[in-house]
Design a protein around this ligand. Sequence first.
Ligand code: NAD
Length: 492
Amino acid sequence: MNAIPKTIAVVGSGYVGLITAVAFAKLGHRVVCIDTNEEKVAKLRRGVVPIYEPGVRELLRDGLAKKKLFFTTQYEDAFAVHQPDFVFLCVGTPPRADGSADLKYVERAVVSIAKNLRKAAIVITKSTVPVGTGRHLQELFRKHTHKPVSIVSNPEYLREGKALYDFMNPDKIVIGSDDAAAARKVKRLYAIFKKPVLTSTLETSELAKYAQNAFLATEISFANTLAEIAEKCNADIRTIVETIKLDKRVGPNAYLGAGPGYGGSCFPKDVKALINFSKRAGVRAPSLLQAVERVNNGRINGLVTKAEFLLGSLKGKRIGFWGLAFNAGTDDVRFSPAVSLARALLKKGAVITAYDPLAMPEAKRDLGSLITYADDPYKAAKGMDMVVLATHWPQFKRIEFGHVKRLMRMPNVLDARNFLPAEKLQKLGFNYVGVGFPFIKGMHPSWLKIIAKDVKKLKRFSEHELRELREGLAALGKEVTLAPVFAEETAE
Ligand SMILES: NC(=O)c1ccc[n+]([C@@H]2O[C@H](COP(=O)([O-])OP(=O)(O)OC[C@H]3O[C@@H](n4cnc5c(N)ncnc54)[C@H](O)[C@@H]3O)[C@@H](O)[C@H]2O)c1
């Protein structure tokens, strides 16, 4: 498919590395992948994809069959046999305790590459790395090899669950390097996509990746900030978000999702790393980014409070979870808000049974026997005091909710992502609580009576919430004794 097929080495066969490898093999290049994880490499050699990503298995098997794709744990084999022109660095950059990006995998990979290079090479950093890393790696190569190495920063912007599609249909390609000839060669690898290519310094390219993720995380925290305000004043974040998205200057794909906050393997660590890096770069207070993080960190507690509103003490309460993955369409549970919420509820004494269409094997590694795992969403709801919609898998919209209501002990639904059909659930008689709109209206009368007697909860109610409660109680048509605080507050 490409005019001049190249030989490419891809270091690290995770989400980014594997997609890069199968995609370049599909485009006609010869690709050798090096990963230190023996189990992963053994699976990939057999055509088994260790992660869930649509379309990857077919390309992997095709690449293996056509001898365009090779997997090894040995740098020596990869470089001696294949002698790559391009080396893509795709190893992980997890957060350290202080929030900075841990570069040990990148540095180890660089030393291994340097020691095994047989000829000049262009080394392309796809891993997300702090500003200055490219220059640091250049030094590391100088120390460990005499072969000429050009460093190019070319961060990856794919989304998990749509990774192959995103790689093959990028919005943009960013190429940063001091070496214009190397940048041109890398640009040619992507020419087939006919998409905007931005060439820059190493530093601009490195910072642009953090800027992109921090911007998307900011949109999410912005929506969540507005959601908190909306809940207290009879406004609805769902309409507010739609209003903003319809603005010409924003657009329909804006990441304005009010919910459990951002998670996954990138946003939390990249926002943290950017804050850490900013401080080290002498930016006094990246207060906007700190606020983004603070809002996000508060989301799980906010949802726990909602669960307590519905159930009172969570001790011994049975809660069903729909979803564990950090996002729909993936089996990745790294920094998943669903898992964080489950942990927070467990801490309060809740008993959890969960169902996720894909992520249960991964979640089991994380949560183990702390929760029970169900085979389907109905089993996860059976006998429960509350169901939490934690990941917005499309199939959860198609659940037979009338059946769910009959299965549950108490018909409470906490929709952490405003994803389920709210009106339908309320009509069916569920106590439905979402994010970013008042939830007292539409509550079951028995719940209103309980809440009216709960001094602690009433203290946290806004004027609007108290008014809704009063109206709800009046509609019941019978005398209900209000807790003293309610009388005090209304008397003020
Ligand atoms: N996952 C995403 O959605 C995504 C998107 C864009 C950018 N990124 C960035 O890309 C990088 C990789 O992310 P990922 O999610 O693919 O990580 P991952 O954890 O899925 O994969 C990393 C792989 O590198 C291998 N590895 C570690 N040290 C190695 C070494 N010395 N030599 C060879 N292999 C080694 C590991 O065994 C693992 O298979 C990170 O910097 C991440 O921030 C990730």
